[in-house]
Design a protein around this ligand. Structure first.
Ligand SMILES: O=C(O)c1cc2cc(O)c(O)cc2[nH]1
Ligand SMILES: [Cu+2]
Length: 496
């Protein structure tokens, strides 16, 4: 969430997080070489929806103003929290591919890269383990911790979905979610993945490293990526565990002690606890989530023309966002018992990957969300929406267009991720989409054109036949030229 340089008591008290780029000292935002400058953060204070009634009680409100009110604003194509790197999309276009078509070597390299990210301490970012009022520790310390690159990916998801603490002895408020059940669902998860991808590129020193995706819309009750060369097969000893032949069986989850966080008012830290649990298609109490989404579900949701609809929530109908998120039918009809597409893929996993505060601990999360993002990008390409279709107010807290997504740093708004990826964000998907079905108007137009063509052909044929008949009946002989023509055809080699 914040750069290590910014969590000193002095930086926190000044509200300023404007570090110098690596290699430079005392040069906030690289200002002396024109890279950027330290500016006041503008936060969008447009009203949010009625779902959250506790204004003033949560550190995530008006993100990131409770912690910092100054950040680096980078010039030209400089980017990053100190203007020390390139702006997103300015290092070339990376190709995100279907994980199933990778070669055995590519699969192994991807699995190894994830495992390296699970073990490598994030070089720049540290996490808060306390709410703001308890952030200053004894003797000039502050309550921040190192965390690994992959665990930071898990932590940031947890932080965005965690409940609002309302005081000791009081139940925490759970009707808040800065990354789901609202229009920001797609933009938030897009940035979440971009951040992991960039962190892994730096770790691997490979700027072309791209996250693959899992086409989860294959129907049936088999998890095709649950094999030991990819995300791990099922253990033969325990239905709910991963095979010991998979590296992921050695992973331990973070953010598991939610009851503690919610009752004590603490926050998830970097402590790892139990192994990943997964039992694909194994939820016998809920038969609806024992099957993966169907290919036609993807095509149907892509045809929902409106990005989101009031109340911009998990109860929205005719909303592309709610359809792909999976709280409505793929065609967009809200039904409280329905779970489709993205939600269904999570629930199908039946374990760590299906529990909101823990789900990214299962590496399948990465592949499930790149596919969700690929569908989002295809929708943006097909419908070319105006920015105004993303609600600017009255969406649930965190989900308005101009809101800075929690807990990312430097501040980034939902609007910044509501753009086609290949042209704006430096990546693209290698994917084929089911052919677009025709609309009724298109079918009628095609039928009329076809009928006109048939009529024209019949007319032409009849006219020819009638002419030929009258020609014969008039007793005409073939012309001289016709005879020569036939002679030449038979003896074409003799023609000069
Ligand atoms: O119940 C749901 O629809 C559901 C569960 C779940 C878990 C998760 O990690 C998500 O990101 C979404 C989600 N939806
Ligand atoms: Cu998800």
């Amino acid at each position: 969430q914040f750069p290590r340089q910014c969590v000193t008591p002095e930086a926190l008290r000044s509200g300023t997080c404007c570090p110098s780029p690596i290699g430079l000292t005392n040069d906030p935002c690289g200002a002396s070489s024109g890279r950027g400058q330290c500016v006041l953060i503008s936060v969008d204070a447009s009203p949010h929806g009625p779902q959250y009634p506790h204004d003033g009680q949560d550190d995530r409100e008006l993100w990131p103003i409770r912690f910092f009110n100054r950040t680096c604003q980078c010039n030209n194509n400089f980017g990053g929290f100190s203007c020390g790197r390139c702006k997103t999309g300015w290092t070339g276009i990376n190709l995100r591919r279907n994980v199933m078509v990778l070669s055995p070597e590519e699969k192994r390299a991807f699995v190894d890269a994830l495992d390296q990210a699970k073990r490598t301490v994030h070089p720049e970012i540290v996490i808060t383990t306390r709410r703001y009022p308890e952030i200053f520790g004894p003797e000039g310390t502050t309550m921040f911790e190192n965390i690994t690159i992959y665990n930071y990916f898990v932590w940031s998801h947890y932080f965005s979905v965690s409940k609002t603490f309302l005081g000791t002895g009081q139940p925490s408020f759970g009707g808040v979610d800065f990354s789901h059940e609202g229009p920001g669902f797609l933009t938030w998860h897009r940035y979440h993945l971009l951040q992991l991808e960039r962190d892994m590129q730096s770790m691997l020193q490979n700027p072309s490293f791209a996250l693959p995706y899992w086409n989860f819309a294959i129907g049936g009750n088999t998890c095709d990526i649950c094999t030991d060369d990819l995300m791990g097969a099922r253990s033969s000893f325990d239905m709910n565990s991963l095979s010991p032949n998979s590296i992921f069986s050695q992973w331990r989850v973070v953010c598991e002690s939610v009851e503690d966080y919610d009752t004590l008012g603490t926050i998830c830290n970097s402590t790892e606890t139990n192994p990943i649990r997964r039992n694909p298609a194994g939820n016998v109490d809920r038969p609806m989530v024992q099957r993966l989404p169907e290919p036609k579900d993807v095509e149907e949701c892509l045809q929902v023309t409106t990005f989101d609809t009031p109340p911009y929530y998990s109860t929205s109908s005719e909303s592309f966002r709610n359809a792909i998120e999976g709280y409505s039918t793929p065609q967009g009809k809200y039904d409280p018992v329905v779970r489709t597409l993205h939600n269904l893929a999570h629930l199908f996993l039946n374990g760590t990957g299906g529990t909101t505060h823990l789900s990214p601990n299962d590496p399948i999360f990465v592949l499930l969300h790149t596919f969700t993002d690929a569908i989002f990008d295809e929708w943006l390409r097909r419908h070319a929406p105006d920015m105004s279709v993303f609600p600017g107010e009255m969406a649930p807290i965190g989900h308005n267009r101009g809101y800075n997504m929690v807990p990312f740093w430097p501040p980034v708004t939902n609007a910044e991720m509501f753009l086609t990826a290949p042209d704006n964000l430096g990546y693209t998907y290698e994917a084929q989409w089911p052919a677009q079905a025709y609309t009724l108007t298109e079918i009628i137009t095609m039928a009329i054109v076809a009928a006109l063509v048939v009529v024209a052909v019949i007319f032409a044929a009849t006219t020819c036949a009638l002419r030929a008949r009258s020609y014969k009946m008039d007793g005409h002989q073939p012309l001289l030229g016709d005879q020569y023509q036939r002679y030449d055809d038979k003896n074409s080699q003799s023609v000069v």
